[in-house]
Design a protein around this ligand. Structure first.
Ligand code: DX5
Ligand code: ZN
Length: 218
C-alpha cells in the first residue's frame, strides 16, 4: 500500500456510491483500479450536509487495502482525529478554515503517524497555508464549495491550483483537487499542477468503474 506512488492518483469519493452496499462498492472501486478511496466526512455545521463518521469507515476497512484518504469537513475536527486514525485512515485532510490553530492541528495529525493534508475552500487564498507547508503531505484544493457531490467545477479553479503549485514548488507535497472532476475538467486540473484527482459522480455515477477511472487518467 503506497501513498507516494503512482504519479497520478485517482481517488473516487464514496459519497456518490450506492449506500445500500458500501462495502461492495469500496471493493469494486479498488478492483477497478482506484488508487485511493476518498471518504467525505460532513457534520452539517462546517458544511450544509451530513454524511458519515468513523464507525462507517471502520466497517469498510476490511473491504479493501487501498489507502483511505479521509477528508474532514467538520468543525471542530481536533477531538475526532484519533477516532479516524483508529478507524483505519491512512491520510487525514482538514480544512484551514475549520481551526484557529492550524499549525498545532497539523502537528497533532502527524503525531498519529498518518499522512497529513490541508484543504482550502474556494474563497481561501493559497497563501493561507504558506507557513504550514513543512507540516503537510497533501494540499486539497476545493474546486467546488464543499458539501455536495455533483456540482460544477469552478471556472477559476485552475488559477487557484496553479497558485498552490507555485507555493509548493519542489516539495514532495501532493496537490489534490476535489469537486466537479470529470474527464472534461481533469485535463485543466492536471495541467495546472494537480496530481490527485478526487471524483465522486464521474466514477460511481457510471456503470463501468474501470472505464470511468481510465477516462480520468488519460
Ligand atoms: C464535496 C466533496 C467531494 C465530492 C466530490 O464536498 O468533498 O469529495 O464527493 O463529488 P463530485 O466528484 O461529484 O463533484
Ligand atoms: Zn472530498
Amino acid at each position: 500500500m503506497s501513498w507516494d506512488a503512482p504519479s497520478l492518483v485517482v481517488a473516487p469519493s464514496l459519497l456518490a456510491a450506492d449506500y445500500t452496499r458500501l462495502g461492495a462498492e469500496a471493493a469494486a472501486i479498488a478492483e477497478a483500479g482506484a488508487d485511493w478511496l476518498h471518504l467525505d466526512v460532513m457534520d452539517g455545521h462546517f458544511v450544509p450536509n451530513i454524511s458519515f463518521g468513523p464507525a462507517l469507515i471502520k466497517a469498510l476497512r476490511p473491504a479493501t487495502d487501498i489507502p483511505f484518504d479521509v477528508h474532514l469537513m467538520i468543525e471542530p475536527f481536533e477531538p475526532y482525529i484519533a477516532h479516524f486514525v483508529d478507524a483505519g485512515a491512512n491520510g487525514i485532510t482538514v480544512h484551514a478554515e475549520a481551526t484557529r490553530h492550524l499549525d498545532r492541528a497539523l502537528e497533532a495529525i502527524r503525531d498519529h503517524g498518518v499522512k497529513v493534508g490541508v484543504a482550502l475552500n474556494p474563497a481561501t487564498p493559497a497563501s493561507a497555508i504558506e507557513n504550514v507547508l513543512h507540516r503537510v503531505d497533501l494540499v486539497c484544493v476545493m474546486t467546488v464549495n464543499p458539501g455536495f457531490g455533483g456540482q460544477r467545477f469552478l471556472p477559476n479553479a485552475p488559477e487557484k491550483i496553479a497558485s498552490v503549485k507555485r507555493l509548493v514548488g519542489d516539495r514532495p507535497i501532493r496537490i489534490e483537487v476535489d469537486g466537479g472532476i470529470t474527464a472534461e475538467t481533469a485535463p485543466a486540473a492536471k495541467a495546472a499542477g494537480a496530481d490527485v484527482l478526487v471524483a465522486g459522480s464521474a466514477v460511481f455515477g457510471k456503470s463501468d468503474y474501470r472505464q470511468a477511472i481510465a477516462a480520468l487518467r488519460d
